[in-house]
Every structure is written in structure tokens, then in C-alpha cells.
Ligand binder design. Structure first.
Ligand code: MG
Length: 162
């Protein structure tokens, strides 16, 4: 088995929505990024890459490459999932925590789980999405941005039962 962790932050900027877990959520600000700024999927992709010691998404999708400008992070995640499969591993489960003062994540949790499960090719029951505020503390609490952290567990494909 292989374990991986990931972390990502994007700052709020002008806009009327954020993308989180592949879900478009109306908000009073957007997230500034080279891609669509989806911290949930970026943290998850980095966790997957971490588990296979495959670098990070900055290495694989450099922000100097115009190909990734405004990129759909679900496409990035699917590409990373392909790298994991190519290394001979499958995802046993993943767990993401969103750190945000706003918007509220709860109403969108199931949609995010469904998107992630589809992109990883696993059952929704294996995908956890959680959220917390930081009680007004720090950059998240001041609503300067959104952070996400993720953990994944992989097993060699074909090995063992769940
Ligand atoms: Mg990012």
C-alpha cells in the first residue's frame, strides 16, 4: 500500500463563483489561479502524486505552460489518476478537508464526492469530502482564500480485498 497527502491554497479575487471538487459554486468572489483554482482537486491530485512519488501538479502541469491556462481541474485529476493506474496502483479511499470561511460546502458535498469518484473510477463510498472554517483565524478566517488538504491510500492493483 502507498499513502499520500496533498495541500493547496488559492486566494480570492474578483469573480462570482468558485470551483470546488468540480462543482461551480456561486460566491461573491472567485479564486485566482492559472487553472480554474479548484483547491479540492489540486490537493487530491497532489496526494495521489505523493503516493506514487510522482512529483506534484506544478511539475506535471506547469503554470508556465499555456495549455493549462483556465484548465478544468477534473481533466487534470483524471490525468493523474491515469498515472496512478499506470504505476500499477488503485485508490482504496481518499479524504479531503476544505478549509473555508465561505462559501458553505455542505450543500455541495455530495456533488463533489460524485465528481471525484467518477474521475478516479471508484465508488462514491470511498470518497470523503469534509469542511471546516478556521473560526475566523488566519488567512482562511479573514476570507482571503480557500485551502484544502487531502489524503489518499493506494493498493497495488489486484492486491487484497477492501
Ligand atoms: Mg492549486
Amino acid at each position: 500500500m502507498r499513502i499520500g497527502s496533498g495541500f493547496d491554497v488559492h486566494a480570492f479575487g474578483p469573480g462570482d463563483h468558485v470551483m470546488l471538487g468540480g462543482v461551480r459554486i456561486a460566491h461573491t468572489a472567485g479564486l485566482m489561479a492559472h487553472s480554474d483554482g479548484d483547491v479540492v482537486l489540486h490537493a487530491l491530485a497532489d496526494a495521489l502524486l505523493g503516493a506514487i512519488a510522482g512529483g506534484d501538479i506544478g511539475l506535471i502541469f506547469p503554470d508556465t505552460d499555456p495549455a493549462w491556462r483556465g484548465a478544468d481541474s477534473r481533466a487534470l485529476l483524471r490525468q493523474v489518476a491515469g498515472l496512478v493506474a499506470g504505476k500499477g496502483y488503485r485508490v482504496l479511499n481518499c479524504d479531503v478537508t476544505v478549509l473555508a470561511q465561505a462559501p458553505r460546502i455542505g450543500p455541495h458535498r455530495e456533488a463533489m464526492r460524485g465528481n471525484i469518484a467518477a474521475d478516479l473510477g471508484i465508488e462514491t463510498a470511498l470518497v470523503s469530502v469534509k469542511a471546516t472554517t478556521t473560526e475566523g483565524l488566519g488567512f482562511v478566517g479573514r476570507a482571503e482564500g480557500i485551502a484544502a488538504q487531502a489524503s489518499v491510500l493506494l493498493a497495488a492493483a489486484g492486491a487484497g480485498a477492501r
